[in-house]
Design a protein. Structure first.
Length: 147
């Protein structure tokens, strides 16, 4: 039997958030945080809207999830995000002790793997490449329109 709530299912929910960002003129990155097979936080980039360079989707999702759980540690949670987290977000995710990160497209220019591969908590599981084509194409279309 196919598990209805698998990584692809939740990545599609993160992708929906990325589409909202795209429509708002934000870099199209979306994220959801899942606990016990339920989405407890949804977010997308808000750096332009809030005029805040730290308002990445992951940062917004971490804050929302921590508020929902009434605690700062997300060790029993999974973050689904459409783009590989940057160094800033990886650091915050490390401090949150997130249990698992699933991301879509890799970020060869600014992704944490290139600059800070040890930023995450040692127990954090990482899965990459879920819906990577769709996530990368949305990013490419966004920047194509900006040029």
């Amino acid at each position: 039997m196919i598990e209805p709530f698998n990584d692809e299912y939740f990545m599609k929910k993160a992708f929906s958030e990325a589409l909202l960002a795209f429509e708002e003129g934000e870099v199209p990155v979306g994220a959801v945080v899942v606990s016990n097979q339920k989405i407890i936080a949804r977010a997308h980039n808000l750096t332009e809207t809030l005029n805040d360079v730290t308002a990445h989707a992951e940062m917004q999702a971490i804050t929302a999830a921590a508020n929902m759980l009434d605690g700062k540690y997300l060790n029993d949670c999974i973050l689904y995000v459409t783009l590989e987290p940057c160094v800033m977000c990886a650091g915050a995710l490390g401090w949150s002790q997130i249990g698992k990160i699933v991301y879509g497209a890799s970020d060869d220019k600014r992704g944490f793997k290139k600059f800070a591969s040890n930023a995450l908590h040692p127990k954090t599981e990482i899965v990459s490449g879920v819906l990577s084509t769709e996530c990368a194409e949305l990013m490419q279309e966004f920047f194509r329109q900006k040029r």
